[in-house]
Design a protein around this ligand. Structure first.
Ligand code: AMP
Length: 383
């Protein structure tokens, strides 16, 4: 099959790297000729809204998929008239708007923080009356890696926060004093079969994912089961085909859904080596209609992102059993340039190698505000 991938970043690159050995051809549609995906697959370059480019793209593919959710709606509508689009418009529309997403959680009875749509300072003040302080004010669209967000701690910060977000449609969310951040990835086939990966734990640094621990240690069984059920409900409610990621907070009382991504996700990169079927392969198999079976973990894994700077390659590769993935992007502060995965049979066996990796990454990235610090692993005992 000829798989069309909208978006030329590292997610597109890793989707292509999974599709090619399965016997597929890949055509990337990208607005960035220097993007990682176009280094390894056929590519068409142009603006996502350009109908001539979209017509050329769709004429050459058997199925289209997106590596990011903020593809313009008109472009997705155009693609869908010419080619199967998996996942489809409904998943893409809901997951690209934080308010629609939270309304969708609410309609399905999935727990989430209290929230309110905000389009003016007056509405923000009303939201604060209802939700209390502090609140997190977020743009409804185009937010990622903590961008497009302002914390409002007191009345004095209301106007500055509203205007800093540039007059975009906003959502105010009650600030959640979470214990940790988790995510779960699921995949649904064209026939409606669903497979999920175990829950993973995510550590962030300055709003950007720094590290994923798979599986998340010591998740209470009822939380794992409830989240899995919520993920299955979401996949079915959207008639979703392909991978969907649910990000959530574990709290003292239980858990709250934060957001969904209608695609492969940074917290699933560990699965390239750490699972029998990676999230990228699972997505390609689902959208092309190939058979799929339950992905199983291969022991325990930790994935560490290389953000802004890359330590010397040979120093990384000197660590026993590391898997290095560089995306071929030029360094810039806050930019994800690659990731490293370490897999092991147990946490005890993996930890000394992880400590070496973290020390190396810290020496180039100046990681300061990570909670909990990676040198004090947030898990105990065997995984
Ligand atoms: P998001 O773009 O929604 O994933 O938010 C980026 C990060 O901000 C999350 O990974 C959390 O660390 C934090 N965050 C988002 N929403 C909330 C919330 N309602 N309460 C507390 N922290 C939040």
């Amino acid at each position: 099959m000829r798989v069309g991938i909208v978006g030329g970043g590292q997610l597109g690159q890793m989707l292509a790297l999974a599709a090619i050995p399965l016997g597929h051809d890949v055509l990337v549609l990208s607005d960035d000729p220097g993007g990682p995906a176009s280094h390894i697959a056929h590519a068409i370059f142009g603006k996502y809204g350009d109908e001539k480019i979209l017509a050329e793209f769709t004429a050459k593919i058997d199925v289209a998929t997106c590596e990011f959710e903020h593809v313009p709606q008109e472009a997705l509508q155009f693609i869908e008239t010419r080619s199967p689009l998996r996942p489809g418009l409904r998943s893409m529309a809901i997951a690209s708007d934080r308010w629609l997403e939270k309304e969708h959680f609410r309609s399905l009875g999935i727990p989430t923080s209290l929230f309110q749509k905000v389009d003016s300072v007056a509405e923000l003040k009303a939201a604060i009356k209802h939700l209390g302080l502090p609140i997190l004010l977020k743009t409804r669209r185009f937010g990622y890696d903590g961008k497009g967000q302002r914390l409002v701690r007191n009345e004095k910060e209301i106007e500055a926060a509203f205007f800093a977000l540039g007059g975009e449609p906003l959502i105010a969310e009650q600030f959640v004093a979470f214990e940790r951040e988790l995510s779960m990835i699921g995949v649904r086939t064209m026939g409606g079969a669903i497979f999920t990966y175990p829950m993973v734990q995510n550590l962030h640094h300055e709003g950007i994912l720094f590290c994923t621990i798979a599986p998340a240690p010591e998740v209470p069984t009822h939380i794992e089961l409830e989240v899995r059920e919520a993920l299955c409900t979401l996949l079915e409610s959207l008639d979703h085909v392909g991978v969907l990621t649910l990000e959530l907070f574990q709290t003292k009382e239980g858990w709250l859904a934060n957001e969904i991504a209608p695609r492969v996700h940074n917290s699933g990169h560990f699965s390239i080596e750490g699972a029998t079927i990676s999230q990228f392969e699972a997505h390609i198999r689902a959208i092309t209609g190939d058979p799929l079976s339950q992905p199983m973990l291969r022991g325990v894994s930790v994935m560490v992102n290389l953000i802004g700077a890359v330590p010397p390659r040979e120093d990384i590769l000197a660590i026993d059993g590391v898997h290095l993935h560089l995306y071929g992007k030029s360094p810039r502060p806050g930019r994800k340039l690659g990731h490293v995965t370490i897999c092991g049979e147990s946490w005890e066996e993996l930890l000394p190698r992880l400590e070496k990796l973290i020390a190396l990454v810290e020496s180039t990235q100046q990681i300061t505000a990570l909670t909990p610090p990676p040198s004090q692993p947030p898990f105990g005992g065997e995984g």
